[in-house]
Design a protein around this ligand. Sequence first.
Ligand code: PGA
Length: 266
Amino acid sequence: MSHERRKLLAGNWKMNMRLAEIEPFFQKFSAAIQQKSSTSPEILFAAPFTQLSATLAMARTLGLAVAAQNMHEAASGAYTGEVSAAMLTDLGVRNCLLGHSERRQYFAETDAAVARKSVTAIKSGMTPIVCVGETLEQRQSNQTFEVNGKQLEAVLTAVKTAGLPASRDAWYPGDLTDSLVIAYEPVWAIGTGLSATAEQAQEVHAFLRRVCSEVVDSAFANRVRILYGGSANLSNVKSLLAQPDIDGGLVGGASLKPADFAAMCL
Ligand code: PGA
């Protein structure tokens, strides 16, 4: 049985947006989002740690969610420079990007580390947005499904093994849809202006949903939201979101432009 999945548009500001830019951003964004209806996508902004409080203050008044872009897997301890899940929930941040390809590429995050962080996040009552995606080299050597499958399986298996059950009622913190979000982000499409076509993305999204069904179960597969990321913008977002297995977008560059991102969210 298919499940109505509400679309989610998540902006990923990366290491951008100074404090002084946040209020003007939201002033423009809220003016441009006036026509938002109850069927419009949910909206989230992933901000740098030091900008989370200011972003929350603005986003809350508009009913929008805020995410961190990373967190540490341990509850606390001697990890200089790191931030824990509890520190994020202290602020009121319930979402966190995990395993973004820039973290995997520049900070050597492994599938196993992303899996451990996902378990910590879910146990802490957070909803991680777990990113997977293949490089250009991997796509060209026909490893797209293998790579994405392996990355997602690592997370789902760890979550299952940690005793976070797969049924909707039992999955902590309560709502399965909101326990985990997946983002498919082909590395070759990120920041390049070279988005995957709607068909290319749909093919991988359908595959990832099958992985969810195999590793967890079909109820989870039907409910989990799978976002597309990689040069998503105003001109391609409609066709991407029209695909049956694409439940929203993770938007980098275009989310720094308030009018553009607002238009994408309507
Ligand atoms: P982009 O970034 O939209 O600028 O390609 C997407 C992302 O990295 O999340």
